[in-house]
Design a protein around this ligand. Structure first.
Ligand code: ARG
Length: 451
């Protein structure tokens, strides 16, 4: 029973939030006249001592004391004697753990958001550097149209931006206080839930005591956001794995983010990227685990809910590592611009530019222009040469109205320069998007400081 029942091995990570919650609760009890100021003082001092003991690694764990809440209370009794027994007035471990865990997830959200902001800044910096570096854009992992590396990196700035916006939404929904819901039904004692909510930085107390102790939406919501974010990081990681391969050679990573092989001296394995790609499995697994744990639990608290912490802790640890490793790799990578540009032209990637030229210059319907471009690709392919190596005569054999200025659009540089539609890959566009994001991120700084 002791082994299966105890959560202290993992929920000791809640100690800071637990002590913070107890301090707020204690001050409220004093204000409401439920305990005397002298008792309140002793409790506060005792809690301070316990905090210091834990931080110094001088706190003894006893499985029989089950969890962090009982450990703190038992130690408080050792330290200050009788008044310790008054701290749990109008409170239960059910609202206590719900409060602690909410505070913990909120802290994790804030740390992760800061990590993602750092990643965005790193991506922006590199995107600016490579705003005009041409590479092949892919669909189906087949060379499709030339794009710029800067534009590609900016796609991740957008993804991370949505991750952060989701974290922000979840934080707002999470930010209500369960404290004072007591076991499940509230209390007959004259407590003030609004004041503890405010003191703990919550926006308001939760309105339903049953929901307050039974709800784990905030952890589920966090885990689903973490999963989506991890998927984004994993997709970039996969690209890094592809780009660093000998077949692509688009980028290189330094030894800081690669490892050597014990047997093949030429190898430089992108382990950090592979692990970012790999860890997404446990993060999604954590979401899955908690969804399954919560499914079918009748109102209100059930001990099953003690299983909420390990997957959440593990997902937070994994995601924080993934974010840091990704930012590190993005800062570290060196693009092989010559190789990227060369690849950008392989696979007839300017065929669409050719079709667009026919639409623009000789007023051809796009479907027909698509057909003309297709025939020219076939012709070039049959002679095993790139589009721009076709002679004007050969082009005119397919469409007589083609003139020599068509050659201007066949180069990959001209191709990307021409993609000036909003959101397109033209270097001038990319520069504008970088400036827009810089402004957005600068504005945010004030918000974070206010918090
Ligand atoms: N260790 C428990 C948990 O993490 C704390 C709440 C226990 N509540 C109870 N009624 N036994 O969920």
């Amino acid at each position: 029973m002791t082994e299966i029942n105890a959560s202290i091995r993992f929920d000791q990570r809640l100690y800071r939030q637990d002590i913070r919650g107890s301090m707020a609760h204690c001050r409220m009890l004093v204000r409401q006249g439920l305990i005397s100021p002298a008792e309140g003082k002793k409790i506060q001092a005792g809690l301070q001592t316990i905090l210091r003991e834990i931080e110094a690694g001088r706190f003894k764990i006893d499985l029989k004391l089950e969890d962090i809440h009982m450990h703190v209370e038992a130690r408080l009794a050792e330290l200050i004697g009788k008044p310790a027994g008054r701290l749990h007035t109008a409170r239960s471990r059910n609202d206590q753990v719900a409060t602690d865990f909410r505070l913990w997830v909120r802290d994790a959200i804030d740390r992760i958001d800061a990590g993602l902001l750092d990643l965005q800044k790193t991506l922006l910096r590199r995107a600016e550097e490579y705003a005009a570096t041409v590479m092949p854009g892919f669909t189906h992992l087949q060379a499709a149209q030339p794009v710029t590396f800067g534009h590609h990196l900016m796609a991740y700035v957008e993804m991370v931006g949505r991750d952060r916006s989701r974290l922000n939404d979840a934080r707002a929904r999470l930010n209500e206080s369960p404290l004072g819901a007591a076991a499940l039904a509230g209390t007959s004692l004259p407590i003030d839930r609004t004041s503890t909510a405010m003191e703990l930085g919550f926006d308001r107390p939760m309105a339903n005591s049953l929901d307050a102790v039974a709800d784990r939406d905030y952890a589920l919501e966090f885990l689903s956001i973490a999963s989506i974010c991890a998927v984004h990081l994993s997709r970039l990681a996969e690209e890094i794995v592809i780009w660093t391969s000998a077949q692509f050679r688009f980028i290189t990573l330094s030894d800081a983010f690669t490892t050597g092989s014990s047997i093949m001296p030429q190898k430089r394995n992108p382990d950090a990227a592979e692990l970012v790609r790999g860890k997404v499995g446990r993060i999604i697994g954590s979401l899955n685990a908690l969804l399954i744990t919560m499914k079918g639990l009748p109102m209100t608290y059930g001990k099953d809910m003690q299983e909420d912490k390990e997957p959440t802790f593990d997902a937070v640890d994994s995601l924080e590592l993934c974010i840091a490793a990704t930012a590190g790799m993005v800062a570290d990578l060196k693009a092989n611009s010559a190789r990227m540009q060369e690849a950008a032209g392989e696979g007839y990637t300017t065929a669409t530019d050719l079709a667009d030229w026919c639409v623009r210059k000789i007023d051809m319907p796009f479907r027909q222009a698509h057909h003309v471009a297709g025939s020219l690709v076939k012709l070039a392919e049959s002679q095993d040469k790139p589009l721009e190596a076709l002679t004007l005569k050969e082009m005119q054999s397919v469409e007589p109205r083609i003139s020599k200025d068509i050659f201007a659009v066949l180069g990959v540089q001209n191709s990307v320069k021409s993609r000036v539609s909003y959101g397109g890959t033209a270097p001038a566009n990319v520069a504008k998007q970088i400036a827009r994001w810089r402004k957005l991120l600068a504005k945010e700084k004030g918000k974070a400081d206010a918090r």
